[in-house]
Design a binder for this molecule. Structure first.
Ligand SMILES: Nc1ncnc2c1ncn2[C@@H]1O[C@H](COP(=O)(O)OP(=O)(O)OP(=O)(O)O)[C@@H](O)[C@H]1O
Ligand SMILES: [Mg+2]
Length: 330
């Protein structure tokens, strides 16, 4: 039976901000009390505007950075408490694909050796690593003749395929894709998204799919989590989030999407207005309140608790607290 493969529990991360001469200017609250769970062989999409903490969350999940608070659990085990060989083994199970494949691809190595490299690093022989690299290049749809080429001769989409093969060769169970198609043309984006879907089923992968593009997230995800200024404002199944969004921010985001395919028909069609506040000085209480059409005094004093509005759909908004809900026409 399939179960939860990855869990974030109350993750928190702030970054100190330094001014002139290294003087502390405060801190950016990048990720604040973020929790979610990812079911095996499913995809969670993480969406939100630039700076809402998506990449910081990804880095926390990979343990590339340490949280100030909270846990990351892989099959129930807190990976933050692990070290040495055990941590190394779990690290292989969680691989990442970034927006910019240039950063992870070595221009001096052939395509084949770029893919084989991480296996050598992990102790495989050259021959074995290259044999597997051929296999994964084929799996991502690159012709065998590409193996001896160098990265500079590839298009953006082909480079992204190499980056995906590099992630796959370590035989991960989870792939975290952070804006993995954002730099690609629309037609190439569609091909790479389809590739992710195929690989997911072929290799029984679970995906964390991060994108600021709501259409991409809708296409890819089983579950969706919406973030705003480091906080989760709403989560639920993709159908719930796209067809029956609850949080004023989710509604505003969907109303800002140009595509008519997104289920916005029941909404009042008002996109988000106003400036994104500085993450160094986020609003007290609900962080969205300064841009929220429904904001009231109560939103200022405390952050709204997470309320389950439908089975599996949770929203952090005072509008959904029982006593207030009755008085407001949603
Ligand atoms: N190493 C760091 N030092 C200081 N601040 C940081 C650091 N990394 C991220 N931040 C800040 O944390 C906040 C969240 O950044 P993050 O990169 O996680 O957002 P994001 O949602 O991935 O944005 P984008 O959509 O632009 O990729 C931002 O305000 C960012 O400036
Ligand atoms: Mg990012």
């Amino acid at each position: 039976m399939l179960g939860v493969i990855l869990e974030a529990v109350d993750l928190k991360k702030s970054f100190p901000v330094k001014g002139w001469f290294g003087k502390s200017k405060g801190a950016v609250s990048a990720v604040h009390d973020v929790s979610f769970s990812l079911e095996e062989q499913s995809t969670i999409g993480i969406v939100g505007e630039s700076g809402c903490g998506k990449s910081t969350l990804a880095r926390l999940l990979m343990r590339l950075i340490e949280p100030d608070h909270g846990e990351v659990r892989y099959r129930g085990e807190n990976i933050l408490a692990l070290s040495g060989g055990k941590l190394q083994n779990i690290r292989k199970k969680i691989q990442m694909v970034f927006q910019n494949p240039y950063s992870s691809i070595n221009p001096k190595l052939t395509i084949l050796d770029n893919v084989a490299f991480s296996l050598w690093e992990n102790g495989a022989s050259k021959q074995e690593a290259r044999r597997k690299a051929h296999y994964y290049l084929e799996a991502v749809g690159l012709p065998r003749s590409y193996a001896t080429r160098y990265p500079t001769s590839l298009s953006g989409g082909q480079r992204q395929r190499v980056a995906i093969a590099r992630a796959l060769i370590l035989e991960p169970e989870i792939i975290i894709a952070d804006e993995a198609v954002s730099a690609l043309d629309k037609s190439v984006q569609a091909q790479v998204l389809n590739l992710f879907q195929e690989l997911k089923s072929e290799f029984s992968l679970s995906l964390v799919f991060i994108s600021h593009d709501l259409n991409v997230v809708e296409y890819m995800s089983d579950e969706v989590m919406v973030m705003y200024l480091g906080k989760v404002v709403e989560k639920g199944s993709a159908a719930q989030i796209y067809e029956q969004p609850n949080h004023p921010y989710t509604k505003g985001l969907l109303n800002s999407v140009p595509s008519m395919e997104v289920g916005v028909s029941t909404l009042n069609n008002s996109p988000i207005t106003g400036e994104l506040p500085s993450p160094m000085n986020p609003p007290s209480g609900c962080r969205f309140r300064t841009r929220c059409p429904h904001a009231r005094d109560q939103c200022e004093s405390s952050y709204p608790p997470e309320i389950e509005v439908r089975t599996g759909q949770k929203v952090s908004c005072i509008l959904y607290e029982n006593d207030v809900r009755e008085k407001i026409l949603l």
